[in-house]
Design a protein around this ligand. Structure first.
Ligand code: ZN
Length: 226
């Protein structure tokens, strides 16, 4: 179910000046029950955000980008189900053989990425504490990153695009936080624009206007225009 317009405005207000990872967590609190969203692997977090996107704004996503070759505008359209479904396939083992040892890899969460500032620090957080000293090895860092990507594939979602003008193909990164936040912002700003108009016309408070049904608000808007 989609939240009320007042709730959307509250989410937008809380994240308006926040970095992307905080917006992700703000939204994920509406998408995940139970564990702290900061500790959920990034791909699982983003899968929940894609499903939230479908619940709040529908499963069809239509957007646009620019061709990196010639700069021409390119339409992007896809279905959320097509993004989330392939990740349901059986995941690989978290056990990674490394120079005679078996290390168990854990895909990183939002907290790991925010607190693990370097590749070594992030890798250490993805390994059990008794193997964290191995994390300084750049080869192991790459092996761990590859296994994490296999274990948690929705952490990095790409879409194959091709430019109709110059024919250049490329892989576009689909950032669910960016998509979802743009829609939350649009919805919140549309609501506040209506509040501003009605408040200016009738002198009502924001809380009173937000408490009205959309039908009643639309009537008063039309009446104000007449
Ligand atoms: Zn092009």
């Amino acid at each position: 179910m989609r939240p009320s317009e007042g709730d959307i405005v509250a989410i937008w207000e809380a994240g308006a000046n926040a970095p992307a990872w905080q917006r992700a967590l703000l939204l994920a609190r509406h998408a995940l029950d139970g564990p702290d969203p900061a500790d959920v692997p990034l791909g699982q977090r983003d899968a929940a955000l894609w499903r939230l996107r479908a619940r709040w704004f529908g499963s069809r996503v239509e957007s646009h980008t620019r061709c990196p070759g010639c700069g021409e505008g390119v339409e992007v359209a896809f279905d959320v189900d097509a993004i989330v479904a392939p990740a349901m396939a059986s995941p690989p083992s978290p056990a990674l053989a490394w120079r005679g040892a078996i290390v168990t890899v854990r895909p990183p969460s939002t907290r790991d990425v925010v607190e693990g500032a370097t590749a070594a620090a992030l890798t250490a957080r993805c390994l059990p504490p008794d193997h964290s000293e191995l994390a300084a090895d750049p080869e192991l860092q790459q092996a761990v990153a590859r296994r994490c990507a296999e274990l948690d594939p929705l952490a990095d979602v790409t879409l194959e695009l091709q430019c109709a003008a110059c024919g250049a193909p490329w892989l576009a990164n689909l950032d669910v936080v960016r998509f979802l936040w743009a829609e939350v912002s649009d919805a919140a700003e549309r609501t506040l624009a209506t509040v501003a108009l009605l408040a200016a016309c009738y002198g009502w408070s924001e809380a009173d206007i937000l408490a009205m049904s959309p039908a009643r608000r639309a009537f008063y808007l039309r009446a104000a225009d007449a």
